[in-house]
Design a protein around this ligand. Structure first.
Ligand SMILES: N=CN[C@@H](CCC(=O)O)C(=O)O
Ligand SMILES: [Zn+2]
Length: 427
């Protein structure tokens, strides 16, 4: 340990979930090993973890060093900062009017086909100024952090013109630069075919490939490219062309795959070695197998299937049985999942996907970090990693999904700084 002083020592941690283990994404049975320590402590220096483990061992390791500040966790639960690997954070407007349509039995894809859904958010996003989008997204990002998220992926995809996609991505960059949470940006110009391209999707695919992707790359505004591969949105062939072009330009690839219809999106994720494939409710065993062979992380979105009142859920148990690394996310967006709470996702992960609390926390920490290419710096509490951690008003891990519908977060520490205390923002 090569540090001059300890800036913060968090001690008297009743249950310290470290997620220590092998450095890659966790699959199968290893999703159950959360490497929890009783009576733990975390010593932080220069925004990174200097020592972590049983309190006595940590105090021995740092003996002789000045400790600037100590924080008593009062015997409560601590986990790594939660990672939300799939959100549509930056957008204009809201869509509460769709609740009534949904209750009348109109489906998600029917609302979209009628020019609503994603396309109604496209109209609101185009009409919003950059400042309006920033303020709205910042409020949501605060709520995410209040609920334990310290790193959040954010997709574009509600602009659908070169300039409006860039506008969304600039807002995400500005949030990353000005908010304590880290943002990882994904370009998703292929989220829907905009109204002005109705009936000529090929022209829009060409716009995405030849104008949007090069401009986003040139301006360095996104790390990943994502496509909504779905019946009535983008075909497997169109998705392949867009993602292949993105890969050739150096983007990592993600895909909204087999959410509603079994399109072969999971197979495509395997073929292209995407970093992750999302939704997957309708994916087949063969699709899972292609993903497993290629090391694709499955990002399941149980708040979305809950909110869309779908009768089926992603087959997380089957994925885990087959050896796929599974992650979870809010899918925060104004239509299919208007929630910022990863704690709600924990409950739905357990109750609707059949995952255990240990599998759920693995999905929301180390596996989520890998799903956005950050597995080497966040997602577990290990010496040398970023000091992102959460103290909950909860005695145990299982208490989080068990006692649902409320916020258990007391304290959030981001890069060694306390940003939430007593459940309030303090940054
Ligand atoms: N499925 C496609 N895209 C988003 C929903 C976007 C919206 O409805 O505005 C999702 O991941 O659920
Ligand atoms: Zn999504």
């Amino acid at each position: 340990m090569n540090v001059q002083q300890i800036d913060l020592l968090v001690y008297n941690i009743g249950s310290l979930v470290t997620m220590q283990g092998h450095p890659g994404p966790r699959a199968g049975e290893s999703m159950s090993n959360v490497a929890a320590v009783k009576n733990g402590a975390v010593a932080i220096a220069d925004g990174k973890i200097a020592a972590v483990g049983p309190e006595k061992e940590v105090r021995d390791k740092i003996s002789g060093l000045t400790i600037i500040e100590e924080l008593d966790a009062q015997g409560r639960l601590v986990t790594p900062g939660l990672v939300d690997p799939h959100t549509h954070l930056v957008h204009g407007g809201s869509r509460e009017h769709e609740l009534t349509l949904k209750l009348q039995g109109v489906s998600y894809l029917d609302i979209l086909a009628q020019g609503g859904g994603i396309l109604s958010t496209v109209r609101a996003t185009r009409q919003s100024t950059e400042e309006e989008l920033y303020q709205k997204a910042r409020t949501s990002l605060d709520i995410m952090m209040l609920h334990g998220a310290t790193t959040v992926e954010a997709k574009s995809g509600y602009g659908l013109t070169v300039e409006d996609e860039l506008k969304q991505l600039r807002v995400a960059k500005q949030l990353n630069d000005t908010h304590p949470a880290d943002i990882v940006s994904t370009f998703m110009g292929a989220h829907a075919v905009p109204t002005e391209y109705k009936g000529r999707p090929e022209d829009y695919v060409k716009l995405v490939i030849h104008e949007m992707l090069p401009e986003v790359k040139q301006q360095g505004l996104a790390e990943f490219c994502d496509v909504f591969c779905e019946h009535g949105v983008f075909t497997v062939d169109e998705s392949r062309r867009i993602l292949t072009a993105a890969q050739e330009m150096g983007f990592g690839c993600k895909i909204h795959a087999d959410e509603i219809e079994p399109m072969g999106g999971a197979q495509l994720a395997g073929e292209l070695k995407c970093i992750s494939a999302e939704h997957l409710l309708a994916a087949t065993d063969e699709g899972f197998e292609r993903m497993r062979e290629a090391g694709v992380i499955a990002v399941c979105l149980p708040a979305t299937s809950f909110n869309l009142r779908l009768q089926k859920h992603a087959r997380a148990r089957k994925m885990i049985e087959m050896g796929l690394p599974v992650s979870l996310s809010t899918d925060y967006n104004p239509g299919s999942s208007p929630t910022e709470s990863l704690q709600l996702v924990m409950t739905l992960g357990c109750l609707n996907l059949g995952m255990t609390p240990e599998e759920v926390i693995t999905a929301l920490t180390i596996n989520a970090a890998h799903a956005i290419g950050r597995g080497d710096t966040i997602g577990s509490l290990e010496a040398g990693k970023q000091a992102d951690l959460v103290i909950y008003n909860a005695p145990s891990l299982a208490y989080l999904p068990y006692h649902f519908g409320i916020n258990h977060v007391d304290t959030v520490i981001k890069k060694g700084k306390t940003v939430v205390s007593n459940g309030q923002l303090v940054y």
